[in-house]
Design a protein around this ligand. Structure first.
Ligand code: HEM
Length: 204
């Protein structure tokens, strides 16, 4: 039988996945990055949108990190910052990052910060599929982008480290509900932010 802590740990990670599945699907649908007809113009549009979201999310996480330095160091927060990579990718495609950013809720503590970070870090899972798809597109075959898969061969290690940090905090008393609520709120904000990019089948 699993130990109590273990059962709770499994629950928070499972709850994060199931509790945000609908929002993830909405984002995936709006971005439509696995479209075989994806071109540079569309990619610039998507990267610009994601850059704005990362900027807003990172501003909140930087404010949290300033107040909770040990928690931020334990989850290697500075290494996980990625807005600059989105900006660099836009540069590679000859575009500048657009200015607008979404308004995101403040992060009242480490539980909420981990929930927000879950959304950002989990995207490296899908990022591997996205990069693989981009490599098959003649228009983009020679273009090396960094932001979708920022950790390269270390993707699994970084994701494992993040999950361990969530486990450790829940074992230390962080409420799983605080993590899941922040993750869901973050994903809902992302889904709303990406909705203007959604295309109808007829417009592709
Ligand atoms: C069109 C774009 C996207 C596609 C095709 C996609 C696809 C995927 C896939 C296939 C997985 C599962 C990978 C695995 O289990 O090995 C995944 C996981 C995940 N993705 Fe996405 N994704 C996309 C965009 C995003 C974005 C923009 C975010 C957030 C910023 C995001 C957040 C996540 C999270 C949090 C997980 C981890 C779920 C879990 O295991 O707990 N994804 N994605």
């Amino acid at each position: 039988m699993a130990a109590e802590g273990e059962r709770t740990d499994t629950d928070v990670l499972r709850l994060l996945r199931t509790g945000t599945a609908a929002e993830h699907e909405a984002v995936e649908r709006s971005l439509d990055l696995l479209d075989p007809g994806l071109d540079r113009l569309r990619l610039v549009e998507v990267l610009g949108r994601l850059h704005g979201f990362w900027r807003a999310a990172e501003a909140g996480l930087d404010a949290w990190a300033a107040e909770h330095a040990a928690d931020a160091a334990a989850v290697t927060w500075p290494r996980r910052r990625r807005a600059a990579l989105f900006a660099a990718d836009l540069g590679v495609l000859g575009a500048a990052p657009p200015r607008p950013v979404p308004e995101l809720a403040a992060l009242p503590g480490t539980g909420a910060a981990l929930g927000r970070m879950y959304v950002l870090e989990g995207s490296t899972m899908g990022g591997r599929f996205i990069d693989r798809h981009l490599a098959t597109l003649p228009d983009l075959a020679d273009t090396r982008l960094r932001a979708f898969s920022p950790y390269g061969a270390e993707t699994g290690t970084m994701w494992h480290g993040f999950r361990q940090a969530v486990r450790a905090h829940v074992a230390d008393g962080v409420e799983p509900a605080a993590v899941v609520t922040a993750a869901r709120g973050t994903f809902q904000a992302l889904a709303a932010w990406c909705r203007p990019l959604a295309r109808t089948a007829a417009s592709r």
